[in-house]
Design a protein around this ligand. Sequence first.
Ligand code: GLC
Length: 554
Amino acid sequence: MNININDIEVIMKENILNWANKVIYQIFPRSFKDSNNDGNGDLRGIISKLDYLENLGIDAIWLCPVYETEFADAGYDVLDYKKIWSTFGTIEDFKFLVEEAKKRNIEIIMDIVLNHTSNKHQWFLKAIESEKNKEHNYYIWTDKPGDEESIFGGSAWEYVPSLNKYYFHLFAKEQVDLNWESDFTIDAMVDVIDFWYNLGVRGFRLDAIQHVHKETNNGNFSHSFGSKMVEYLQKFENKIYETKKDVFFIGEASGIQPNTVLKYAQGKDKIADNFYNFGSWWIGWGKETGRNGYDANWKISDFANPAILEYQNNKEIKNYMITNFMSSHDTARSISRWGDEKLFWEESAKSLALYQFSLKGIQTVLYGEEIGLKNPIFHSRKDFRDVDALNAYRIFVDEKKKYTEQEMTRFHNINSRDNSRIPMVWNKKENFGFNEGKKTWIKKSGYYLNSSVEEQERKEDSILNFYKNIIKLRKKFSSVLIDGEAQMELLENEVIKVTRFSNDQKIVSLINLTNKEKTIDSFNNREILLNTYSDKKGIENILRPYQSIMFLEK
Ligand code: GLC
């Protein structure tokens, strides 16, 4: 059968639009469910919770890396792209996961770490064995290191005594940057996609894609959006498209801005179908030290900052081009960062959900957000597992003496990535049902009333049921909440207003992310679709603390 190029474009476009309908659930596999009681989550654990996920209403699971690894950077240091880390199970488990997920109409999204490999990867071992080995060219080398810095702190160059040379690593020294100049790298990554595609995977998160081309211009080093990035990535993707039309690429380019999404999500420079919307992830981070610090002066208006407004209000930015998230494995828990963990725990968690789901774009929910999971309490340096958090102690406490040990611990309790990597809270039993009691690999959540899935399933107005409702509403009003246009504004009293509309329908969200009452226009006679307060009192023209509503405007 001959399919002409226009038909192919139609098929590919339909596939993208189909992905735009989805709600993605992000799983950090080590912490979701431990099926064999070894203290670590695993694939069998995830499989055992697929009914729960189906019931929640999600359409796809983004699995953080599950490949063989030393876990130096939580699996983003891959030892073998085609093997499942034995702690997580086997390839048979993975096949079973895909099969069981498909039965429930749930897609699996693999996290493709294409910028770097582990320093224990076979290729790197060969690369340092001899400069004559072809693998040597898979990586980036110098005799004279410059002062380029790693994103995780310290020099980006690491010395290899046997070669008397340095290799480049943008992240941890255990993550060696691949040389994308070499066609081999590209082919190797195409082969990785082939492998998972053949096992039924259609969605791919392309990790750290803005970094594949590093360059120095007029003495200035740059590691993001290099001049050959598009060329490299298009070579890679075009090879994939030769045989596969139904793949979906979500690009992870941290800190990307709306105009850059417009450039790279369509047209001649397209490198991904969709990008994560990083508009809010920095809110409350230290001005100089990012997530390794804390800025108590963050403002509610930051949730309607220029980038966020642009994503929503610019009609050129289509819903399928961006993926919104409140928390990820690279942030702390949203409720602890921006909500009220105590008095208004449920209302503020629901308000953050309502805010996210009012936005144009695909929605991603990090495991645990649907039950308002909070940051745990880390007492000292030894409680942390994340390489970035530990490096921060070394650099900002030990070396630069910018923070005291206690300060760093305090900041990490607010913003560290480890907060989002803690065991899921399933019930009130030992280790909250994560396993049968074996010590967990990372700190657990504290106990608080109604915090578990089991309790929240029973409580009609729980955060969990709020998420279920909001996901259902998104589907019921898909022409507005998924495909509709968006208009977002910050009202004078800090209430955020998001209007979504299609030709014949309009849905308005008024979001109060503060612990204060807010006066609004009376919305009597409106059909309320969602309300973060479960009683029917009030709501005439006052929003109570963290009260947010979504209503149908006739
Ligand atoms: C991405 C991942 C992050 C990881 C980094 C290096 O930003 O989301 O967790 O540390 O890439 O792979």
